[in-house]
Design a protein around this ligand. Sequence first.
Ligand SMILES: Cc1cc2nc3c(=O)[nH]c(=O)nc-3n(C[C@H](O)[C@H](O)[C@H](O)COP(=O)(O)O)c2cc1C
Length: 369
Amino acid sequence: MKILALSGSLRAASINSAVLRALRTLAPASIDVCLFTALGELPLYNPDLESAPPDVAIQLRNAVASADALVIASPEYAHGVTGTIKNALDWLVAFERFVDKPVAVLNASPRACHADAALRETLITMSAKVIEAASITLPLPSANIGDADLLAAPEIASLLAEVLAEIESAVNQSPAMKPYLDSSLYIDSQHPAIVAQAAKLAESCAGEEEIAKRCFEFVRDEIKHSWDYRLNPVTCKASEVLIHGTGYCYAKSHLLAALLRANGIPAGLCYQRLTIDGDQPPHCLHGLNAVYLQQYGWYRIDARGNKPGVEADFCPPLEKLAFPLVNPSEQDLPGIRAEPLPTVVKALTENPTVEQVYDNLPDFITTNQ
Ligand SMILES: Cc1cc2nc3c(=O)[nH]c(=O)nc-3n(C[C@H](O)[C@H](O)[C@H](O)COP(=O)(O)O)c2cc1C
């Protein structure tokens, strides 16, 4: 995850800049805190410059666009925000990638309440999402301290670590991620059986990667592939797959997505179009998953179940899927879907036996064929 840090002070010995550098030092490997240090080079904002913005404004906008979240620490000048930070925000008013951006506001001075309130008002007006849980006033002993003093103060270091955790959690819940965390008809992650199984799998795990691995291995190894084992009933909803212990690849991917979502880990569905047998048509769809891991981003996993010749595994960032694409007619369908394809749902809900599903495996003809 990438956090862009903006300091509203240009002073070399700025406490606000020091706070942001301390935040960068404390960030775990999964979070990249990047300080934009050229705010002082931005010309005063003038809408007339929009037709050809200066390079430094383009750099700022690119940095905002590529960041998952922003953190701003700015002093108060004469009961207002500093010109530095206001000017930077003015350059972002017309920039649509700023809209809905999660932003944390850090206040390095308990005395400075006017600027803090004004900054939030500006951010809200610009349609940013202020992360309240990560927006705090730091109880600093003095304004004349540097990075090392901040890091050596356990209370400050622990508050900054919490700020990072809250930003991470807000990014996971950002509007773009919401569909991949939602419970739905087929990925019913709020079903009591799913919630209980998800909690059991997360027990004593050190972090999201270990939880994701456990969920993957459970679905791959404990849920039997309906065709490999010729097992009825035909399942589609995640909870049905869990309760009956069986599912086709598509249904197993619904269960894995639900278990991950129930643990607050974004998960989606992916499809491949493969030949059913050998290298000739007919083709059918194969269902698998993508999980969003803080450290690596989206990562595809395939829990259809291993068997001789099929060795799928969870080893991020290395992808180890069940089926490589072996001939030109096979393809990865583009995109990560929050919900199953209608043709998949139709195959699983309109065919009463696993044999009938096998005779009517879903296919998807893309326009670029
Ligand atoms: C021009 C100016 C105006 C200031 N006005 C205020 C103010 O209204 N309220 C306040 O609490 N501090 C005010 N201060 C103090 C700064 O907020 C304080 O020195 C802060 O630590 C500066 O941040 P920095 O160390 O990141 O540069 C002012 C400082 C300057 C230079």
